[in-house]
Design a protein around this ligand. Structure first.
Ligand code: HEM
Length: 346
Protein backbone atom coordinates (compact mmCIF):
# COMPACT_ATOMS: atom_id res chain seq x y z
CA UNK A 1 0.00 0.00 0.00
CA UNK A 2 1.32 3.43 -0.91
CA UNK A 3 0.91 6.30 1.56
CA UNK A 4 2.62 9.44 2.82
CA UNK A 5 4.26 8.48 6.10
CA UNK A 6 5.43 11.94 7.11
CA UNK A 7 2.45 13.11 9.20
CA UNK A 8 2.39 9.80 11.09
CA UNK A 9 6.12 10.04 11.79
CA UNK A 10 5.74 13.64 12.99
CA UNK A 11 2.99 12.63 15.40
CA UNK A 12 5.03 9.80 16.85
CA UNK A 13 8.16 12.01 17.01
CA UNK A 14 6.27 14.53 19.19
CA UNK A 15 4.84 11.79 21.39
CA UNK A 16 8.33 10.36 21.96
CA UNK A 17 9.75 13.82 22.74
CA UNK A 18 6.98 14.50 25.26
CA UNK A 19 7.56 11.19 26.95
CA UNK A 20 11.37 11.05 26.90
CA UNK A 21 12.87 14.55 26.71
CA UNK A 22 10.07 16.18 28.69
CA UNK A 23 9.24 13.18 30.88
CA UNK A 24 5.43 13.35 30.69
CA UNK A 25 3.45 10.19 29.99
CA UNK A 26 1.61 10.71 26.71
CA UNK A 27 -1.37 8.90 28.22
CA UNK A 28 -1.89 12.03 30.27
CA UNK A 29 -2.27 14.28 27.24
CA UNK A 30 -4.13 12.40 24.58
CA UNK A 31 -3.79 13.50 20.93
CA UNK A 32 -0.91 15.84 21.79
CA UNK A 33 1.26 14.58 18.93
CA UNK A 34 -1.47 15.01 16.35
CA UNK A 35 -2.83 18.37 17.57
CA UNK A 36 0.65 19.88 17.98
CA UNK A 37 1.96 18.79 14.58
CA UNK A 38 -1.18 19.93 12.77
CA UNK A 39 -0.98 23.38 14.42
CA UNK A 40 2.73 23.76 13.59
CA UNK A 41 2.07 22.58 10.03
CA UNK A 42 -0.61 25.26 9.68
CA UNK A 43 1.86 27.90 10.96
CA UNK A 44 4.44 26.73 8.39
CA UNK A 45 1.89 26.96 5.58
CA UNK A 46 1.04 30.54 6.57
CA UNK A 47 4.73 31.53 6.63
CA UNK A 48 5.14 30.05 3.13
CA UNK A 49 2.03 31.91 1.91
CA UNK A 50 3.61 35.16 3.12
CA UNK A 51 6.85 34.32 1.28
CA UNK A 52 5.11 33.91 -2.04
CA UNK A 53 2.31 36.45 -1.78
CA UNK A 54 3.76 39.97 -1.85
CA UNK A 55 0.58 41.55 -0.45
CA UNK A 56 0.67 39.31 2.61
CA UNK A 57 4.25 40.34 3.35
CA UNK A 58 2.98 43.70 4.55
CA UNK A 59 2.17 43.39 8.26
CA UNK A 60 -0.76 45.79 7.89
CA UNK A 61 -2.43 43.77 5.12
CA UNK A 62 -1.61 40.46 6.81
CA UNK A 63 -3.28 41.57 10.03
CA UNK A 64 -6.62 42.11 8.28
CA UNK A 65 -6.42 38.90 6.26
CA UNK A 66 -8.00 35.57 7.28
CA UNK A 67 -4.48 34.17 7.70
CA UNK A 68 -3.83 36.37 10.75
CA UNK A 69 -6.78 34.74 12.55
CA UNK A 70 -5.69 31.25 11.46
CA UNK A 71 -2.16 32.02 12.70
CA UNK A 72 -3.43 33.29 16.05
CA UNK A 73 -5.57 30.16 16.50
CA UNK A 74 -2.64 27.85 15.69
CA UNK A 75 -0.31 29.73 18.08
CA UNK A 76 -2.93 29.41 20.84
CA UNK A 77 -3.23 25.66 20.19
CA UNK A 78 0.56 25.22 20.39
CA UNK A 79 0.83 27.29 23.57
CA UNK A 80 -2.07 25.61 25.34
CA UNK A 81 -0.61 22.17 24.58
CA UNK A 82 2.79 23.22 25.91
CA UNK A 83 1.19 24.65 29.05
CA UNK A 84 -0.65 21.35 29.59
CA UNK A 85 2.64 19.42 29.32
CA UNK A 86 4.32 21.77 31.82
CA UNK A 87 1.37 21.54 34.23
CA UNK A 88 1.44 17.73 34.10
CA UNK A 89 5.17 17.66 34.80
CA UNK A 90 4.77 20.08 37.71
CA UNK A 91 2.16 17.75 39.23
CA UNK A 92 4.54 14.84 38.70
CA UNK A 93 7.42 16.66 40.37
CA UNK A 94 5.24 17.60 43.38
CA UNK A 95 4.13 13.98 43.74
CA UNK A 96 7.73 12.81 43.47
CA UNK A 97 8.80 15.23 46.18
CA UNK A 98 6.01 14.01 48.47
CA UNK A 99 7.09 10.41 47.84
CA UNK A 100 10.70 11.34 48.55
CA UNK A 101 9.66 12.89 51.87
CA UNK A 102 7.79 9.69 52.76
CA UNK A 103 10.80 7.65 51.79
CA UNK A 104 13.17 9.72 53.92
CA UNK A 105 10.86 9.30 56.95
CA UNK A 106 10.32 5.61 56.20
CA UNK A 107 14.06 5.06 55.73
CA UNK A 108 14.74 6.76 59.04
CA UNK A 109 12.12 4.65 60.86
CA UNK A 110 13.36 1.59 59.06
CA UNK A 111 16.95 2.30 60.08
CA UNK A 112 15.89 2.50 63.71
CA UNK A 113 13.99 -0.77 63.40
CA UNK A 114 17.00 -2.33 61.72
CA UNK A 115 19.20 -1.15 64.58
CA UNK A 116 16.72 -2.41 67.16
CA UNK A 117 16.15 -5.74 65.51
CA UNK A 118 19.71 -6.07 64.16
CA UNK A 119 18.33 -6.95 60.76
CA UNK A 120 20.40 -6.17 57.68
CA UNK A 121 19.71 -5.95 53.96
CA UNK A 122 16.20 -4.64 54.35
CA UNK A 123 15.49 -2.27 51.51
CA UNK A 124 12.63 0.17 51.10
CA UNK A 125 10.79 0.02 47.77
CA UNK A 126 11.09 3.51 46.47
CA UNK A 127 8.26 5.17 44.59
CA UNK A 128 8.65 4.36 40.94
CA UNK A 129 9.54 7.14 38.57
CA UNK A 130 10.07 7.31 34.84
CA UNK A 131 13.83 6.76 35.06
CA UNK A 132 13.69 3.69 37.28
CA UNK A 133 13.59 1.28 34.41
CA UNK A 134 16.95 2.35 33.02
CA UNK A 135 19.47 -0.43 33.42
CA UNK A 136 22.68 0.80 34.98
CA UNK A 137 24.58 -1.55 32.67
CA UNK A 138 23.17 -0.03 29.49
CA UNK A 139 26.05 1.47 27.54
CA UNK A 140 26.20 5.21 28.02
CA UNK A 141 23.06 5.40 30.16
CA UNK A 142 23.10 7.67 33.16
CA UNK A 143 20.29 8.54 35.50
CA UNK A 144 19.37 11.89 34.05
CA UNK A 145 16.46 14.17 34.71
CA UNK A 146 14.19 14.90 31.77
CA UNK A 147 14.77 18.41 30.40
CA UNK A 148 11.47 19.75 31.72
CA UNK A 149 12.19 18.52 35.25
CA UNK A 150 15.53 20.34 35.19
CA UNK A 151 13.79 23.53 34.05
CA UNK A 152 11.16 23.26 36.81
CA UNK A 153 13.97 22.67 39.28
CA UNK A 154 15.73 25.84 38.08
CA UNK A 155 12.53 27.82 38.41
CA UNK A 156 12.26 26.71 42.06
CA UNK A 157 15.77 28.03 42.65
CA UNK A 158 14.65 31.37 41.15
CA UNK A 159 16.88 30.90 38.10
CA UNK A 160 14.07 30.82 35.53
CA UNK A 161 10.59 32.24 34.93
CA UNK A 162 7.49 30.38 33.70
CA UNK A 163 7.79 32.23 30.39
CA UNK A 164 11.39 31.05 29.96
CA UNK A 165 10.34 27.46 30.68
CA UNK A 166 7.60 27.73 28.05
CA UNK A 167 10.06 29.18 25.52
CA UNK A 168 12.64 26.45 26.14
CA UNK A 169 10.09 23.64 25.89
CA UNK A 170 8.75 25.26 22.73
CA UNK A 171 12.22 25.48 21.13
CA UNK A 172 13.18 21.93 22.07
CA UNK A 173 9.94 20.43 20.79
CA UNK A 174 9.96 22.51 17.63
CA UNK A 175 13.65 21.86 16.88
CA UNK A 176 13.38 18.19 17.70
CA UNK A 177 10.36 16.70 16.00
CA UNK A 178 10.20 17.75 12.34
CA UNK A 179 13.94 17.30 11.85
CA UNK A 180 13.63 13.72 13.10
CA UNK A 181 10.46 12.79 11.21
CA UNK A 182 11.80 14.31 7.99
CA UNK A 183 15.08 12.39 8.33
CA UNK A 184 13.20 9.12 8.88
CA UNK A 185 11.00 9.90 5.85
CA UNK A 186 14.08 10.58 3.70
CA UNK A 187 15.78 7.36 4.81
CA UNK A 188 12.63 5.37 3.99
CA UNK A 189 12.34 7.02 0.55
CA UNK A 190 15.98 6.25 -0.16
CA UNK A 191 15.78 2.63 0.99
CA UNK A 192 12.64 2.21 -1.12
CA UNK A 193 14.76 2.99 -4.18
CA UNK A 194 18.06 1.36 -3.27
CA UNK A 195 17.16 -2.26 -2.65
CA UNK A 196 20.75 -3.50 -2.08
CA UNK A 197 21.24 -1.01 0.72
CA UNK A 198 17.87 -1.87 2.22
CA UNK A 199 18.85 -5.56 2.09
CA UNK A 200 22.00 -4.85 4.14
CA UNK A 201 19.93 -2.95 6.70
CA UNK A 202 17.56 -5.94 6.98
CA UNK A 203 20.54 -8.26 7.44
CA UNK A 204 21.78 -6.05 10.25
CA UNK A 205 18.33 -6.04 11.89
CA UNK A 206 18.21 -9.85 11.66
CA UNK A 207 21.66 -10.15 13.23
CA UNK A 208 20.55 -7.98 16.16
CA UNK A 209 16.98 -9.14 16.75
CA UNK A 210 16.85 -12.58 15.06
CA UNK A 211 13.15 -13.57 14.92
CA UNK A 212 12.26 -11.95 18.20
CA UNK A 213 9.74 -9.13 18.42
CA UNK A 214 11.22 -7.76 21.65
CA UNK A 215 11.54 -4.00 22.08
CA UNK A 216 14.68 -2.23 20.90
CA UNK A 217 17.16 -1.28 23.64
CA UNK A 218 19.81 1.41 23.78
CA UNK A 219 22.52 -1.26 23.32
CA UNK A 220 20.78 -2.44 20.14
CA UNK A 221 20.99 1.08 18.75
CA UNK A 222 24.73 1.11 19.45
CA UNK A 223 25.03 -2.07 17.39
CA UNK A 224 23.19 -0.60 14.39
CA UNK A 225 26.43 0.44 12.71
CA UNK A 226 25.32 0.09 9.10
CA UNK A 227 21.97 1.78 9.73
CA UNK A 228 23.87 4.63 11.35
CA UNK A 229 25.95 5.09 8.19
CA UNK A 230 22.77 5.05 6.12
CA UNK A 231 21.28 7.77 8.34
CA UNK A 232 24.43 9.91 8.16
CA UNK A 233 24.61 9.51 4.38
CA UNK A 234 20.92 10.47 4.10
CA UNK A 235 21.62 13.60 6.15
CA UNK A 236 24.55 14.36 3.85
CA UNK A 237 22.52 14.26 0.65
CA UNK A 238 19.22 15.47 2.08
CA UNK A 239 20.05 17.59 5.13
CA UNK A 240 16.77 18.41 6.87
CA UNK A 241 18.11 21.89 7.56
CA UNK A 242 19.63 22.67 4.16
CA UNK A 243 20.47 26.29 4.96
CA UNK A 244 21.55 28.16 8.10
CA UNK A 245 21.73 31.95 8.33
CA UNK A 246 23.35 34.38 10.78
CA UNK A 247 23.54 38.12 11.15
CA UNK A 248 27.19 38.84 11.96
CA UNK A 249 28.07 41.19 14.79
CA UNK A 250 31.47 42.32 13.54
CA UNK A 251 33.56 42.28 10.36
CA UNK A 252 34.75 38.75 9.57
CA UNK A 253 37.78 38.13 7.36
CA UNK A 254 37.80 34.91 5.33
CA UNK A 255 40.87 34.66 3.10
CA UNK A 256 40.89 37.79 0.90
CA UNK A 257 37.29 38.68 1.67
CA UNK A 258 35.79 40.71 4.47
CA UNK A 259 32.17 40.04 5.43
CA UNK A 260 30.90 43.34 6.83
CA UNK A 261 29.32 43.74 10.28
CA UNK A 262 25.49 43.41 10.27
CA UNK A 263 25.44 41.44 7.01
CA UNK A 264 23.24 38.35 6.90
CA UNK A 265 25.29 35.39 5.82
CA UNK A 266 23.98 32.04 4.66
CA UNK A 267 25.70 28.67 5.10
CA UNK A 268 24.38 25.90 2.90
CA UNK A 269 25.03 22.36 4.19
CA UNK A 270 23.19 21.05 1.11
CA UNK A 271 25.96 22.42 -1.14
CA UNK A 272 28.89 21.69 1.20
CA UNK A 273 27.76 18.05 1.42
CA UNK A 274 27.67 17.73 -2.35
CA UNK A 275 31.13 19.23 -3.01
CA UNK A 276 33.37 16.85 -4.98
CA UNK A 277 36.32 18.25 -3.06
CA UNK A 278 35.11 16.39 0.04
CA UNK A 279 33.05 13.53 -1.38
CA UNK A 280 34.18 11.71 -4.55
CA UNK A 281 31.08 10.98 -6.68
CA UNK A 282 29.07 13.21 -4.38
CA UNK A 283 25.64 12.37 -5.79
CA UNK A 284 26.05 8.63 -5.29
CA UNK A 285 24.40 7.34 -2.11
CA UNK A 286 27.29 5.62 -0.38
CA UNK A 287 26.97 4.83 3.35
CA UNK A 288 30.68 3.93 3.37
CA UNK A 289 31.43 7.67 3.24
CA UNK A 290 30.95 7.30 6.99
CA UNK A 291 33.37 4.48 7.68
CA UNK A 292 35.60 5.65 10.55
CA UNK A 293 38.78 6.06 8.45
CA UNK A 294 36.93 8.05 5.76
CA UNK A 295 35.54 10.36 8.43
CA UNK A 296 38.94 10.87 9.99
CA UNK A 297 40.48 11.89 6.67
CA UNK A 298 37.80 14.50 5.97
CA UNK A 299 37.64 18.09 7.16
CA UNK A 300 35.12 17.97 10.06
CA UNK A 301 33.34 21.05 8.67
CA UNK A 302 32.58 19.15 5.46
CA UNK A 303 29.71 17.47 7.30
CA UNK A 304 27.39 19.90 9.06
CA UNK A 305 23.79 18.58 9.13
CA UNK A 306 23.72 19.56 12.83
CA UNK A 307 25.64 22.79 12.16
CA UNK A 308 28.95 23.23 14.06
CA UNK A 309 30.45 25.30 16.84
CA UNK A 310 28.88 26.62 20.03
CA UNK A 311 25.34 26.96 18.61
CA UNK A 312 25.25 23.57 16.94
CA UNK A 313 22.44 21.11 17.62
CA UNK A 314 22.15 20.12 21.28
CA UNK A 315 19.85 17.21 20.38
CA UNK A 316 22.06 15.40 17.87
CA UNK A 317 22.83 12.28 19.92
CA UNK A 318 19.27 11.98 21.12
CA UNK A 319 18.13 12.44 17.51
CA UNK A 320 20.29 9.63 16.14
CA UNK A 321 19.10 7.19 18.83
CA UNK A 322 15.49 8.13 18.18
CA UNK A 323 15.86 7.84 14.39
CA UNK A 324 17.43 4.40 14.80
CA UNK A 325 14.59 3.25 17.05
CA UNK A 326 11.92 4.53 14.67
CA UNK A 327 13.59 3.06 11.58
CA UNK A 328 14.41 -0.30 13.13
CA UNK A 329 10.84 -0.63 14.44
CA UNK A 330 9.49 -0.07 10.93
CA UNK A 331 12.11 -2.11 9.07
CA UNK A 332 11.81 -5.14 11.34
CA UNK A 333 8.22 -5.44 10.11
CA UNK A 334 8.21 -4.03 6.59
CA UNK A 335 10.10 -3.81 3.33
CA UNK A 336 9.89 -0.46 1.63
CA UNK A 337 9.42 0.11 -2.10
CA UNK A 338 9.23 3.37 -3.96
CA UNK A 339 7.57 4.24 -7.26
CA UNK A 340 9.91 7.22 -7.65
CA UNK A 341 13.42 6.48 -8.95
CA UNK A 342 16.37 7.66 -6.86
CA UNK A 343 17.59 9.77 -9.82
CA UNK A 344 14.37 11.80 -9.61
CA UNK A 345 15.18 12.97 -6.08
CA UNK A 346 16.31 16.63 -5.79
C1 HEM B 1 18.06 14.82 12.50
C2 HEM B 1 17.67 15.59 13.49
C3 HEM B 1 18.18 16.99 13.72
C4 HEM B 1 18.87 17.81 12.88
C5 HEM B 1 19.29 17.55 11.44
C6 HEM B 1 19.13 19.03 13.61
C7 HEM B 1 19.83 20.11 13.11
C8 HEM B 1 20.07 21.27 13.80
C9 HEM B 1 20.78 22.42 13.28
C10 HEM B 1 21.37 22.53 11.86
C11 HEM B 1 20.82 23.36 14.23
C12 HEM B 1 21.45 24.77 14.13
C13 HEM B 1 20.38 25.70 13.58
C14 HEM B 1 20.87 27.12 13.41
O1 HEM B 1 21.96 27.44 13.84
O2 HEM B 1 20.13 27.94 12.86
C15 HEM B 1 20.13 22.82 15.39
C16 HEM B 1 19.95 23.50 16.57
C17 HEM B 1 19.23 23.00 17.63
N1 HEM B 1 18.68 21.74 17.76
FE1 HEM B 1 18.72 20.29 16.36
N2 HEM B 1 18.59 18.91 14.87
C18 HEM B 1 18.00 17.68 14.98
C19 HEM B 1 17.36 17.16 16.08
C20 HEM B 1 17.18 17.83 17.27
C21 HEM B 1 16.51 17.28 18.44
C22 HEM B 1 15.91 15.87 18.53
C23 HEM B 1 16.50 18.26 19.38
C24 HEM B 1 15.94 18.24 20.77
C25 HEM B 1 15.90 17.20 21.53
C26 HEM B 1 17.18 19.40 18.82
C27 HEM B 1 17.38 20.59 19.49
C28 HEM B 1 18.05 21.67 18.97
C29 HEM B 1 18.20 22.94 19.67
C30 HEM B 1 17.62 23.28 21.05
C31 HEM B 1 18.95 23.77 18.83
C32 HEM B 1 19.38 25.21 19.11
C33 HEM B 1 20.77 25.19 19.74
C34 HEM B 1 21.28 26.59 19.99
O3 HEM B 1 20.80 27.55 19.38
O4 HEM B 1 22.19 26.73 20.83
N3 HEM B 1 17.58 19.10 17.54
N4 HEM B 1 19.68 21.55 15.09
Amino acid sequence: QQFDCHDYLSEVAVNIMVETALGVSREKIKHIGYDYTMAVKKLGEIVHKRHFNLLLRSDKLFKVSKYAKMQQKAIETVQSLLKLVIQEKKKDVEQKEKNNMHNIVAEHLNKNTEDDMSTTNYKMHYAKDDLDDIHENDVGEKKRLPLLEMLIDRKKKGEMTDKEILDDVNSALFAGYDTVSTTVSFVLCTLGCLSEIQERVHEEMDSIFFDSDRQCTFVDTVNMKYLERVILETLRLFPTIPLISRKIKKDVRIGNYVLPKDATIVMIPFLVHRAEKYYPNPLVFNPDNFLPDKMQQRNPYAYIPFSAGPRSCVGRKYAIVKIKILLSTILRKFRITSDVAYQEFP
